[in-house]
Design a protein around this ligand. Structure first.
Ligand code: ZN
Ligand code: ZN
Length: 222
């Protein structure tokens, strides 16, 4: 099983609330991993309840980058799940790292690292705003999950391609306007901070998908 549930986005399905930011839950047969937290932890927990997810089931939290719309729900996740493993980019402020360390199993990320079997971080990418993305490896290709994609889609796809062909991308795609890397993909799922949604949709109508809080996707492995 490889299942994704969007828990936070500025767009939302009926019964969920749109709010600026991003969070997605990744479930496999072995583990439940949360990627980012949106900005409002109360809303994040409300969405988890609505989606039937017990936060204490989450074993690992991966934070893409130190922007408010991705880490705001961190205290609520630490409260609900003391000692959880948190994968934090090394570029986070020292004071914030110190606080997270007090309440979690803290893992600092610089280089690419395996988070769970067949689930990797790209490691910190970019210069100005450093960010890590997730790579989910399946038998016939990988899926990339981005926070805001500040380092640029090209750099992210390039790093993620280390694990083989990329089948799809999901998350905030920011303002990248180089779409070459999307050509070979089957799924382009754009979220909260994607500037060129309409343009990408126009170029790849059959692959494009707008994500929203409450959306659940089963990724096939064959
Ligand atoms: Zn950002
Ligand atoms: Zn963002």
């Amino acid at each position: 099983m490889l299942r994704l549930t969007i828990l936070y986005d500025n767009e939302a399905c009926t019964g969920f609330t749109g709010s600026w930011g991003f969070s997605v839950l990744v479930e496999t047969d072995r583990e439940t991993i949360l990627f980012d937290t949106g900005w409002d932890g109360t809303l994040l927990l409300k969405h988890m309840k609505k989606a039937g997810i017990d936060p204490s089931r989450i074993s690992k939290l991966v934070l893409s980058h130190q922007h408010w719309d991705h880490i705001g729900g961190l205290p609520e996740i630490l409260n609900a799940n003391p000692g959880i493993a948190v994968y934090v980019p090394a570029s986070f402020s020292e004071n914030l790292k110190k606080e997270i360390k007090k309440r979690s199993t803290f893992i600092e990320v610089k280089e690419a690292i395996e988070i769970s079997r067949d689930i990797w971080s790209t490691g910190e990418l970019g210069d100005k705003i450093k960010e890590q993305s997730l790579v989910l490896i399946t038998k016939n290709g990988s899926y990339v999950i981005t926070g805001c994609a500040h380092p640029g889609i090209d750099e992210i796809i390039n790093a993620a391609s280390f694990h083989g062909k990329i089948k799809g991308i999901l998350g905030g795609l920011h303002d990248s306007d180089v779409f070459e890397g999307f050509k070979e993909m089957n799924m382009i799922a754009a979220g909260h901070c994607t500037t060129h949604k309409e343009k990408i949709k126009g170029l790849f109508p059959s692959k494009f998908m707008e994500i929203r809080a409450g959306l659940r996707l089963e990724l096939t492995e064959c």
